[in-house]
Design a protein around this ligand. Sequence first.
Ligand code: FE2
Ligand code: FE2
Length: 495
Amino acid sequence: MQSHLVAYLAEHHKIAESDALELLLESPQPLLLSRRVLEGIPADARVITAEIVRRCAALSGNVPARPVVELVRPGPPAETSPFALLREGFEPTTGAEPLVAYGRLFQSRYQALARLVKGRPDLPNVHPVAGLKRAEGTASAIAMVRDVRQTPEKHHLIVRLEDPSGAVEVLVLKDSAAARTPFLPDEVVGVRLAIARERERRIPLVETVVRPDVPAFAGRPPRSAHGRVLFLSDLHIGSRSFLDGPWGALVEFLRGRGDHPELAEEIHQVVVAGDLVDGIGIYPNQERDLAIHDILDQYRALGARLAELPERLEIIVVPGNHDAVCPAEPQPGLPEEVRTHLPKNVRSLSNPSTFALDGVIVEAYHGRSFDDLIPAIPGASYAHPTEVMKRMLLMRHLAPIYGGRTPLSPQVRDGLVIDPAPQILVTGHAHTFGADRYRGVLLLNASTWQAETEYQRMRNISPVPAQGAVVNLKDLSVTRLDFASGELAEPGAVA
Ligand SMILES: [Fe+2]
Ligand SMILES: [Fe+2]
């Protein structure tokens, strides 16, 4: 954990004195407190002292932070537990006027992502966008993309950028390197601009675009990491299409009674990336697809299914858009009345959540934002969700687009910013299987346990169900297990 904190602060160009580091480590969510410290000190301050940490901890006492949900019995002492919660994305909202609350949310996003971009060598002479009017020659800005349109004849791009000082329109030539990666609404970018001296050619020309991105070394697991983790998603318990047979094969495998018991034995944790149950009233005429029509009965059935897995496993779950929590993201963990129906070895976290498994940082996000990002990115599809996940890492944001299909919760801090950079990013929602890498970060889309439904056929989604991704924490290698055939196929290494 200490090395994560040091690396996290280094990415933000900060060093912590040793007693400040100790105080941060004592916090229940060390990276959450660290982010508050970063927000509370001037951007050019280099050293974090214990006094600064104490002040931020005291101040954040006024911010209602949700305590870590501990569903496990008083377990092994923290230092021997391979699980460490780094940050839950969800924090309760303050009840401020919606306009004020969303203003704060976007300000928080801007500040968090601008911090990552600031100081990059490609961005000399950074100005607030309002100050660009007076600039000449080369200048840079860090801003949020408001909208993009094309010039009528030549189809160059006019991008409207905003920062807290105001808004500006910039020109991106259609065949330039700057136009190669499409601009998405509400992402934060740094731009190097050429600004002409003549008044009539005052629209700044974008020469270079710098996105927050993950550092090149982000995917390297710590040397001490060992053991394996099974990643699953989209169980959709309660659906008529739940894949009972393949689930039984998964249970047999984990109990060491299937093929490859040696592999099962090394698995210590299971992560489930949302849509734990099918829910009620999620899409039109869903009742026709349901085997269980009561939401609590669905969670009772989920509890029974999870209880079939060996008790020694630690099961970490986040909700998805089918679960019985507020759909606005970040979503809170499961409510108490639901958690009581789950076995004691289940940890319920918010969607998204960042945690370390034996020192390997995992960002778990259900993936609802695929519904907005896939239509917005030319060539993107549900069949290849890991391509979209690469874009999430490039933006350092899981769901930037406001006003689409993913409702965003107006939190004081944008809990969908990807910070710290993970070593594993896992999603579900697309109901396919994907494993890939980006700058060393392992990207997983963790399949589903629901066969194709009529609704999915209508939406052109062809599921690849009942696949398990087993990750070796030591080197982040992935073994794909196919439970769909009823027989466990020879595990194949992927990605
Ligand atoms: Fe799903
Ligand atoms: Fe989903």
